[in-house]
Write a protein that binds this ligand. Structure first.
Ligand code: 4AD
Ligand code: MG
Length: 466
């Protein structure tokens, strides 16, 4: 009988009992029984749980090879799946043949049974997906990405690819990585003071994008509802648990949406992601609930079931001022909220996600719609417990004169944004959008405290290994 190649996940299902199968994966542990056989726990990443393999002493390579197999060795096992007598699994595989693809030397293979700190595992970012926690993070991250596409596709949003190399600074924060083919070593040798960007690849300065929003707006103002999902780069020197130099952002942009519509979409979006993670990754979520963030599952279920608080910035300031808390950064109208303030609002005051909106115009980028009060703009941030800001967005300024005034106010060269202004010149419409930081969403869903542990290969100041 030929063996069907299946995953550990499939092999763990009672429906597979009785089949002759082929399983390939990595050895997690080996226990030898006095009765003359060994238990091998095999994982292939398809799920958190391992498949228990029974290797009997009559296998031809039992004495020389199987009995000395170590954690990390890669194997191919063929055998029959039987109902397991053990409590931890429904099935077990009785090996009729076992081939070793590669051994892992216990003296040098870093991932031994002993637990390592997440800091230590960052040094082995190429091996950490083989651990339970990082495998679970990878699967939940995948589930979230899938939900994101489904959420938008079901509502007829178009997936649009915006450029990664750009000449415009969407957020105006000046934290951009420059892209150049000018030879810096030669420039230094020749001690050239004034660079001639006409000689550069694009004939002008270029950068890695900080946001696809501006280009996304051009498509929304033609096709209605769009979203982007791509890598984003920020050269901020922030060494925090919530900042990366390279992260993934999802940016929906909708024509004929005002701020309220934007808030409703953002709320439904976060709820969908949380709901899907809970229902589609129960085993991985249980691991996070038990080992990473006790109470996580109940907290996320609560997020799914309850309404987000919507709070104007001005009221948030009043609340914080009246809270009796001592903050490191004192609050008054006009200051940017720090993570201590955001956390107070979501974790203590409301114990719920909070959508803050109508921020002072001086705090926010040029593209946000100016309210009639002249002081505030229709920006919104979605704050969640533990993570703080997870989404930033706004209704866009669609009135040409107002947009030009805001650009002048912020010293933004209007000639560089002629195409952006054209959207307001020809058939302008009210429109809105927001950006969700994927890694912040993964942090929120998994309870992982450091953003460097929810992206495969984190990029931050001083770190570009792997
Ligand atoms: O609030 P931000 O800067 O907003 C924008 O970029 C808008 N153009 C989005 C839009 O309206 N289309 O960034 C959006 C989100 C933040 O709320 C945060 O979740 C994430 O992106 N983010 C980061 N994530 C990781 N590391 C960083 N350095 C981040 N900076 C922003
Ligand atoms: Mg923001």
């Amino acid at each position: 009988m030929s063996a069907e190649k299946i995953s550990v996940k499939q092999a763990r299902s009672p429906e597979s009992i009785g089949k002759t199968v082929k399983i390939e994966g990595w050895l997690r542990t080996r226990r030898d029984s006095k009765a003359g056989f060994s238990f091998l726990e095999i994982n292939d990443g398809s799920c958190l749980g391992n498949l228990q393999v029974i290797a009997n002493a009559d296998l031809p390579n039992y004495e020389q090879q199987i009995k000395s197999l170590n954690t990390g060795a890669s194997l191919c096992v063929i055998g029959e799946l039987k109902e397991s007598g053990g409590k931890c699994q429904a099935t077990e595989l009785v090996a009729s043949s076992l081939v070793v693809y590669g051994e892992a030397d216990p003296e040098t293979y870093p991932l031994q049974k002993k637990r390592h700190s997440f800091e230590k595992l960052r040094e082995w970012a190429h091996l950490r997906p083989r651990t339970n926690t990082f495998g679970a993070v990878a699967r939940v991250r995948n589930c979230i990405c899938n939900s994101i596409h489904q959420f938008f596709q079901e509502q007829e949003f178009l997936y649009v690819h915006t450029p990664i190399i750009t000449a415009s600074d969407c957020e105006g924060a000046g934290a951009m990585f420059q892209v150049t083919t000018l030879n810096l070593d030669v420039i230094a040798q020749k001690q050239i003071q004034q660079l001639d960007y006409k000689q550069d690849f694009f004939g002008r300065r270029a950068y890695l994008t900080v946001s696809g929003q501006l280009e996304g707006e051009t498509f929304a103002c033609a096709l209605g509802k769009i979203y982007t999902f791509g890598p984003t780069f920020r050269a901020e020197k922030s060494n925090t648990t919530r900042h990366l130099a390279e992260f993934w952002m999802i940016e929906p942009e909708m024509a004929f949406y005002e701020l309220e519509d934007n808030m409703a979409l953002a709320e439904a979006f976060i709820k969908r992601i949380a709901r899907d993670a809970l229902t589609k990754c129960p085993e991985d979520m249980a691991l996070f609930n038990e080992h990473i963030e006790p109470g996580l599952i109940a907290a996320l279920q609560n997020v799914v079931d309850s309404q987000f608080v919507r709070l104007p910035y001005t009221e948030a300031i009043e609340l914080l001022a009246a809270s009796g808390q001592t903050f490191e950064y004192p609050v008054k109208w006009g200051v940017d909220l720090q993570s201590e303030h955001e956390r107070f609002l979501t974790e203590q005051q409301f114990k719920s996600p909070v959508i803050l909106y109508n921020y002072p115009r001086t705090l926010k980028p040029f593209y946000m719609y100016c309210n009639d009060d002249g002081k505030t703009v229709r920006g919104m941030d979605v704050l969640v417990p533990r993570v703080g800001e997870i989404i930033g967005g706004s209704q866009r300024e669609h009135r040409l004169d107002m947009l030009e005034a805001r650009m002048a106010e912020q010293g933004i060269p209007a000639e560089d944004y002629w195409w952006y202004a054209d959207l307001r010149r020809f058939g302008t419409v009210p429109h809105s959008g927001f950006g969700l930081g994927l890694e912040r969403a993964v942090q929120f869903i998994t309870g992982m405290t450091n953003i460097r542990d929810v992206i495969p290969f984190p990029r931050f100041p001083g770190s570009v290994e792997f």
